[in-house]
Design a protein around this ligand. Structure first.
Ligand code: A2P
Length: 378
């Protein structure tokens, strides 16, 4: 093959045109550079692809590729229980019974117990304790293997009203004791009037003392609170309590992750329980479509709901997903430790927008103030 120089055009009888020669040289250098760059880019992309492949292969092995039902090898699971100050163990995933209609809730509880749940979260105000109690009995699961929660409604905070309210729940649930009894809201109503009892709301200590008495009587194993913000917790724990609140059940989800409350509660030894963890009926679709949730689900081969439920447990909270659909009930029980980078990705995404609550009954209760405000007018 002739070299490129041999083909150069000439202007004066054989002498190459220098300008043209330089131009051709430049073109050649450009071409070589282009090729070097292209090859480097391909190598970088290939290396990245290889790294991603290795990472996802590792995760595939770790998560079993399709982690929906936890049947695979090498699953890396999160804690199934937390310890309470009483020494009791509380399962980290519970079946939430709020918004499960009568006629539906019983079969949901049965499906849950069948799938392996041992923690059922209920409340007097949900109006379904009888059906839940029957389903529990029918399941044949021994009582001492179960963790059952009920909650004291706003109308019964007066010390003399507490034991009858608890007894009603115990009777409906067909049990001699509840494992956890929560003050449902930091709001006391005058009985039969649904108007604020300012005194008992401002000072929940008499209510708490009665609950402590019922612990000693054996009708309640652990006491806790629900929907209390930091100021409300301090308002209670500022008293000389015999038993500290074991848990605080609050709304926690992608749209309302409450990182400050979570940190403060950890620092102060109070476990948080996440209600509406998937965003509740109205926002579950939106929550499960969050790009980060979808990406993590795809990468790990688990479902978006499992990503979110796992994230809650990995944050150190108890999680109470509600479902009346047996396949979802089973799916929701299986939590997996998200790799740290993916956990952080979701945590950051959850705080990258203004918090938005699913539930705030302050207006419908005509409180005249926001129950979640740190400062109250009295
Ligand atoms: P359903 O009860 O019809 O199965 P939260 O736990 O935040 O309160 O959300 C409850 C809502 O989320 C319900 O509408 C419930 O529907 C739905 N849900 C529960 N588990 C799943 C799941 N694994 N996938 C999709 N939706 C779910």
């Amino acid at each position: 093959m002739p070299s490129v120089y041999q083909l150069l055009p000439t202007t004066d009888g054989g002498k190459p045109d220098e300008q043209l020669t330089r131009k051709i040289k430049r073109e050649k250098i450009k071409k070589i550079l282009f090729h070097v760059l292209a090859v480097s880019a391909i190598m970088v992309i290939a290396a990245q692809g290889l790294r991603a492949f290795i990472r996802s292969s590792e995760r595939f092995l770790q998560y079993g590729g399709k982690g929906c039902h936890g049947m695979q090898r090498n699953l890396s699971s999160l804690p199934s229980h937390y310890s309470l100050p009483s020494g009791d163990k509380i399962p980290s995933v519970a079946l939430g019974c709020w918004k499960s209609s009568p006629g539906e809730v019983g079969q949901a509880v049965k499906a849950a117990l069948n799938a392996g749940y041992r923690h059922i979260d209920d409340a007097w105000i949900y109006g379904n304790e009888k059906e839940v109690g029957k389903a529990i009995k029918d399941s044949g699961v021994p009582r001492d293997q179960l963790f059952i929660t009920s909650k004291l409604w706003n109308s019964f905070h007066a010390p003399e009203d507490i034991e009858p309210a608890l007894d009603e729940s115990l009777k409906a649930l067909d049990t001699e004791y509840v494992d956890m009894y929560l003050i449902h809201w930091p709001i006391a109503w005058k009985k039969d009037e649904n108007v604020l009892d300012k005194e008992l709301t401002a000072n929940p200590y008499p209510t708490w003392q009665k609950l402590e008495e019922l612990v000693d009587k054996g009708k309640i194993r652990n006491i806790g609170i629900s929907n209390f913000n930091i100021a409300r917790v301090k308002n209670l724990t500022g008293n000389a309590l015999k038993y500290q609140p074991a848990v605080n059940q609050v709304e926690l989800n992608f749209f309302n992750p409450q990182p400050e409350l979570l940190k403060w509660s950890k620092d102060n030894g109070i476990l948080l329980e996440a209600y509406s963890p998937l965003g509740s009926n109205d926002n579950v679709k939106k929550a499960l479509s969050v790009p980060e949730v979808q990406e993590i689900a795809t990468e790990l081969g688990i479902t978006p709901a499992q990503v979110v439920i796992s994230w809650h447990v990995q944050r150190g909270t108890i999680v109470l997903p509600k479902s009346v659909t047996p396949s979802r009930i089973e799916e929701n029980l299986h939590v997996f430790k998200l790799p740290d980078d993916l956990f952080e990705k979701l945590e950051n995404a959850s705080v990258s927008h203004p918090p938005q609550r699913t539930l705030n009954p302050s207006k419908s209760w005509n409180l005249g103030f926001d129950v979640f405000d740190e400062k109250w007018p009295f």
